[in-house]
Design a protein around this ligand. Structure first.
Ligand SMILES: [Zn+2]
Length: 434
């Protein structure tokens, strides 16, 4: 038996493992890497998507258009096979964004823990809370309590339900006593729990709206509804177990692979492929039934409890792609009747973001700007809850750190997000008829 024969045998085993293992809990990402490719044609793009499906690649930035980068995480046992496959389709000059994912996680966890430890010794208020680090679920709960205590004239906290594991899910609302009808904007974060920057950005933005005179008009002009931490179970898992967990923590038909992709589980265009998967081990598993996940069901019921079209805008916050995406997302070449108004608002947000630190946010109809995804929050808020200005807002970055965005970028990213949401608020206010 010669060496090359053994290699062939080993790579066959790798293929089998690759297909069977899918997305399971990972204790250590030692040897995992994040790769970046830039498909230059639609043909290459399609081939990359096929490779991704076969190898069940965990895309951090989905393949979108020719010329735009796609990034994905590569397990140690997948490297050699993927290298060959990318060579086969002419994408041999891929770049390695992260050469050792575990090392980046360890560095960031340590730096974050040190700063949090130092800041915890001070008495915490909404103003003095440290927004430059990531906070675990218990501290985000504590922050929400501080907000409602300190701003009790306008702020209320409402429990909209519990997660699969029984943790409370809260909405924070901000309303001024007024006889005049005012626009209403809804914002959620952290349906994908590894996207830590989403919750960090929402709480930073809210602090600015509450404490910075430059942004106090945001509270005066509009009624706000926030769910800053939706997938609390998964978020807890990312702090104490698998840092890159994405899905919920529900146990479904597979004992081996837990969790459903919350952003493929909404009751609108559910289970349409290739925008989701029926494989419980897939990172884009759509769940056993529409809205099977407590997090999705509770949020949907809460939004619908106000009635159709009650909200003027709904932002579902994600990372890391720097994109603003509007309906429809589930299928290519399906245009909504509000395409123009959605495009206008997305452009204003993208322009406002660029003006802060020069970051480019691509915007457009979801299905064509990014690869189709079915049963997403945004298609549901548009199609079922009748909220015209429905957008998926993908925060930093475009792959350099992906879901491991360093804490130093929380505030710059939050400043951009704040300006983007301010631009949306201005647009909604200008077009509000009461
Ligand atoms: Zn996401």
């Amino acid at each position: 038996m010669n060496g090359s024969w053994i290699n062939v045998l080993l790579s066959c085993i790798s293929i089998a493992v690759g297909i069977a293992s899918g997305m399971r809990r990972v204790d250590s990402y030692a040897g995992y890497q994040v790769w970046r490719v830039v498909p230059s044609s639609n043909d290459q793009l399609k081939k990359l998507v096929n490779i991704g499906q076969e190898a069940e690649l965990d895309f951090w930035r989905q393949p979108s258009t020719a010329g735009s980068p796609a990034t994905f995480m590569v397990r140690p046992d997948q490297r050699s096979l993927l290298d060959t496959k990318l060579n086969d389709i002419g994408l041999e000059d891929y770049k390695i964004d992260l050469s050792d994912v575990q090392a980046v996680i360890a560095d960031q966890m340590e730096a974050n823990a040190n700063v949090r430890k130092a800041s915890r010794s001070a008495q915490r208020t909404v103003s003095t809370f440290d927004y430059s680090v990531y906070h675990p679920p218990s501290e985000v709960y504590e922050w929400m309590n501080m907000v409602v205590q300190e701003y009790n004239e306008t702020a209320t906290k409402h429990q909209i339900g519990v997660t699969y594991e029984g943790r409370p899910i809260y909405a924070l609302t901000f309303k001024r006593a007024s006889t005049q009808a005012r626009p209403k904007i809804f914002i959620d974060a952290l349906i994908h729990c590894r996207e830590w920057i989403t919750t960090a950005s929402v709480i930073f933005m809210l602090k600015e709206m509450l404490t910075n005179p430059k942004y106090s008009h945001m509270m005066e002009d509009v009624d706000w509804y926030f769910v800053p931490m939706l997938n609390v179970d998964g978020y807890q898992e990312t702090w104490t177990g698998d840092r890159l967990w994405r899905k919920t923590r529900s146990t479904g038909p597979s004992a081996e692979c837990v969790g459903t992709d919350g952003n493929r589980n909404w009751d609108a265009f559910w289970s349409i492929v290739p925008g989701s998967s029926s494989d419980p081990c897939s990172s884009i598993y759509h769940g056993p039934t529409p809205a099977s996940e407590s997090e999705v069901r509770n949020l949907a019921n809460y939004v619908l409890s106000f009635g159709d079209g009650y909200f003027d805008a709904y932002i579902s916050t994600h990372s890391a792609a720097q994109m603003i995406l509007y309906p429809y997302i589930y299928k290519e070449n399906v245009t909504s009747k509000d395409d123009q108004a959605l495009h206008e608002a997305a452009k204003l947000m993208s322009d406002a973001v660029r003006a802060v630190h020069g970051k480019e946010y691509v915007y457009g109809r979801g299905s064509t700007t990014i690869y189709p995804a079915s049963a997403t929050t945004t298609d549901w808020t548009y199609e079922v809850a009748k909220i015209v200005q429905s957008h998926t807002y993908e925060l930093r970055d475009t792959g350099e750190y992906g879901h491991l965005l360093p804490p130093e970028q929380i505030i710059p990213n939050g400043e951009e997000y704040l300006e983007g949401i301010r631009a949306l608020k201005d647009y909604v206010l200008q077009n509000f008829s009461g």
